[in-house]
Structure formats: C-alpha cells, structure tokens
Design a protein around this ligand. Structure first.
Ligand code: AMP
Ligand code: FES
Ligand code: ZN
Length: 300
C-alpha cells in the first residue's frame, strides 16, 4: 500500500476515498477535512472564540487538538455527569489535555446544576439515562457559551454518529428531527449559541487514527449506560453496510444533507420564549431543564 500523496509506505487505507496515506499525509488529510467542514458551513470565523465540548473521548479531544493546531482561540467545556469511574477518568483526560496544551477548560457539574447526577436522574425520570443526560448537556453547553460570551459550541460528533442519528430518525420518520440534523445549526435567538460539528466528514476509525498518531491520551471506555442503546445497533448495521459497500455511510449522510434535508425544513419558524425561571430559551413557559430539576427535587 502506497501513500496517495507521497508514494511512501501507507499506514492507513481509506476505502471510501479509494486512498491510503502515510502518517504525516493522513494528519494533513484529516485537518483538511476539518477545514473544509468549517469553510463549507461557515461554522466560525478565524477570530471567533470557540467553546469545544469535550467528553474525554477520542473525537472531541481530536477536534480540540486540530483547532488549537490551526490557531483558533478555544476554551474547553467538560460536563461532569457523575457517572461513577467513567466520569472521574474522562474528566482527568480533559484536564490533562488542557494543561498539556495550556488552554482553558471549564468544568460544570450536572449534579450541582440539576440536583442529582445522571444515574439518579435516570431513576427519577424512569426514562433511558441518555434522555435526561442529553437534555442537560445541550442546556449546560448553551448556558456556558452565553455566560462566557462565546458565540459557538463545537462538538466532536463524527460521520458515524451523524449517519446513525439520521438512520434512527428516518426509521421512525421523525420529520421534526430531520431539519435539525445538520453539521451547523445557526443561532435563532439572542440566547442561543451556534452549534457546529466540524468532524462530520470524518469516520470514527479516522478520528481514532488521528488520536493515536497525535498521541492523545483519551478514555477508551464508552459511557456504561450506552450498552444496548439503539444508537449502537444503528451504528453496527451501518458499519456492516460499509464493509460490503465502502462509502455507504458517507453517501447516506451527504446525500441527505444535499438532496433531502431542504424538503423537511419548515416554512414557519418555531416561536421561542425565555423560560420564566432561568431565562434560557424554550418553546413553552418553563424550560425542560427547569422541569427536570423540579422532578429531581420532588423525588430525591
Ligand atoms: P456522545 O453523545 O457521547 O456521542 O458525544 C457527542 C459529543 O458531545 C462529544 O464529541 C462531545 O463534543 C460532546 N460531549 C459528550 N459528552 C460530553 C461531556 N460529558 N462534556 C462535554 N461534552 C460532551
Ligand atoms: Fe449520557 Fe451516557 S453519556 S447517559
Ligand atoms: Zn429554565
């Protein structure tokens, strides 16, 4: 196997691109894909401050690494979900990365903000742990951005994540979720930060290779509540398709973004109000986060 760029010995084959790369040219390819994502969706300008939501896993730390290398002004945000050893270890990975690169890291505790950690929220709501967890993450990411005057939140969602989410939404024809599936969601209210996913063009295997080659120390274990989640089944199905038909995930997601997504965009804009208690954006009067905090307070 020879590197497509330099003809030297390749370390990684990318069947979907019909290419192979040596280590330095793969790192260059990876960065170019991130730059292309930022450019194509006008995710942020050169001089904008970016809040990078980091979980301690390979994707978000790889993203942070690229943005630092490219000279962006970044601040990391780690949300401590209070999920036993998993949270202790993932927080340590983020703190270590931030210290090694001399970049600021904000740490926000879900237990302090909601009143209980994710494992307790899961019991109180009697819903899958990821529902209260996802809601809290979105809310706290946005709030941290607002509080620090940062206009944009970047997450480490990759091609596999995005294709699997799309697959789930299409399976159930969740037509209100489809227009929101995008590598970049603009701010539609003064109290909403832009949300962007600069890794949407890169697969999980590619982010793992990047993290390995850059010697990034990340947490390998998944959240213990992720086991058995339908999103994992969707990822497995798509990976089997990818094995027999390289490029399947890419075509599924990119085809949707280019050809199908516009058809699901709603003509009428959703009316956004400010939550009567916390002032954050909601479609009702009391936001879902404040309702969750109330529920936790009543039952604990
Ligand atoms: P996941 O939903 O776990 O696949 O994570 C998707 C993205 O959300 C990650 O790449 C991070 O950017 C962000 N994220 C997940 N968990 C956390 C966390 N505990 N703190 C901050 N950001 C997170
Ligand atoms: Fe939210 Fe696992 S990361 S429940
Ligand atoms: Zn509220």
């Amino acid at each position: 196997m020879k590197c497509r760029k330099c003809g030297g010995a390749a370390v990684l084959e990318l069947r979907r691109h019909n290419a192979a790369f040596c280590a330095p040219d793969f790192l260059e390819f990876f960065k170019n894909q991130v730059k292309e994502a930022i450019r194509k969706f006008r995710m942020f300008e050169r001089d904008e401050h970016v809040l990078v939501a980091v979980s301690g896993g390979k994707d978000s730390l790889a993203l942070w690494d690229v943005l630092i290398e490219e000279g962006y002004r970044t601040t990391g945000l780690y949300l401590d979900l209070g999920i036993f050893d998993y949270s202790v270890e993932s927080k340590a990975k983020c703190e270590h990365f931030a210290a090694a690169h001399g970049v600021p890291l904000l740490v926000v505790s879900v237990a302090e903000e909601v009143g209980a950690p994710v494992p307790v929220i899961k019991n109180v709501t009697r819903r899958p742990p990821c529902s209260g967890c996802g809601l809290s993450k979105r809310y706290l990411m946005n709030r941290a951005a607002l509080e620090h005057g940062i206009p944009v939140v970047a997450t480490g969602h990759n091609l596999d994540d995005e294709a699997a989410t799309l697959f789930g939404s299409v399976l159930h024809w969740q037509t209100d979720a489809l227009p929101r599936q995008s590598p970049a969601l603009p701010s539609t209210h003064a109290k909403l930060a832009r949300r962007v996913k600069p890794l949407y063009r890169l697969s999980e295997r590619e982010t793992a290779a990047y993290a390995f080659l850059r010697k990034i120390d990340y947490i390998v274990e998944e959240c213990p509540f992720a086991k058995g989640a339908t999103s994992i089944a969707h990822k497995e199905i798509l990976s089997r398709l990818e094995d027999v038909s390289p490029g399947a995930k890419h075509n599924f997601l990119f085809g949707f973004l280019e050809k199908a997504r516009p058809a699901f965009e709603r003509a009428e804009a959703v009316v956004l109000n400010e939550c009567v208690r916390c002032g954050q954006v909601t479609t009702g009067t009391l936001c879902a986060f404040c309702k969750l905090a109330d529920q936790v307070k009543r039952r604990t």
